[in-house]
Design a protein around this ligand. Sequence first.
Ligand SMILES: Nc1ncnc2c1ncn2[C@@H]1O[C@H](COP(=O)(O)OP(=O)(O)OP(=O)(O)O)[C@@H](O)[C@H]1O
Ligand SMILES: [Mg+2]
Length: 287
Amino acid sequence: MSRRNKLYEGKAKIIYEGPEPGTVIHHYKDDATAFNNQKRDTIAGKGILTNRISAHLMTRLEGIGIPTHFIKSLNMREQLTREVEIIPIELVVRNIAAGSLAKRLGLDEGTILPKPIIEFYYKNDGLGDPMVNEDHIITMGWADPYELEEMILMSGRTNDYLNGLFAGIGLTLVDFKLEYGRLWGEHGELYIILADEISPDTCRIWDTESKKKLDKDRFRQDLGGLIEAYQEVAVRLGLIPREGLIKGGDINESLAASLEEIENKLGASRNIRSITRPKPTKGQPQH
Ligand SMILES: Nc1ncnc2c1ncn2[C@@H]1O[C@H](COP(=O)(O)OP(=O)(O)OP(=O)(O)O)[C@@H](O)[C@H]1O
Ligand SMILES: [Mg+2]
């Protein structure tokens, strides 16, 4: 394990070289950060929950035909993924006003938006991940029009699916952030793949009835009870039993290992959807 080649260490994950070319291992850390790394803490057990929830949601999305980077769970904190070239854009899908949108537009938190809004942020920590528009993205070459269209379509489908999934377990998906990457096939064909992470670290999730926050806002706003909140999401998704995996920072290791097994079986058969539409070329009519 210690001989593994570390490729990158981010705020929430460490990326190691995978066992085969084209694969990487995502190691989910217990570190919590907010406000562009200005607020930091370590929350025992968080990485176990974000790893498991992300693996599960990616598997479910794969099940409706959205290609994702997820290959399989490796252990409590690690998953094997396809290595992609990350497109340096974060797509934020919002259903309900909260966070920076509520602040920027002067909306009350909890205002239901008439339709989902997609926002784009340029992934650049030095610049504080500034919000950008489609014109910036195309003009700066961060993604081409075809890639951008694909990401928007996939984000819309993901939103519809996750909204329904969460609604069915008494949770409201307020907003979430997605990252995509490029993957080239044997014949040079390009795939746009859902990458990074989908977890309470990257989503806003409220209990539908009580409106209790079950996501990273508990950390951002010093509300406490972050592990309990993330566990509640995992319990409702059917990933861990009601008594939970983590108590007072102690982890039930044998339970975690047996749950991993189940997760792997779920994700055993997956195909990457091929993208058949040709790249748009200049001057061609768009349909
Ligand atoms: N399948 C993948 N292949 C390659 N890189 C990936 C993949 N999925 C996610 N990444 C990248 O791994 C990095 C580590 O994740 P982490 O969430 O810790 O980063 P971060 O601190 O948020 O940093 P960043 O600002 O780069 O996103 C991120 O830069 C993310 O874009
Ligand atoms: Mg991240």
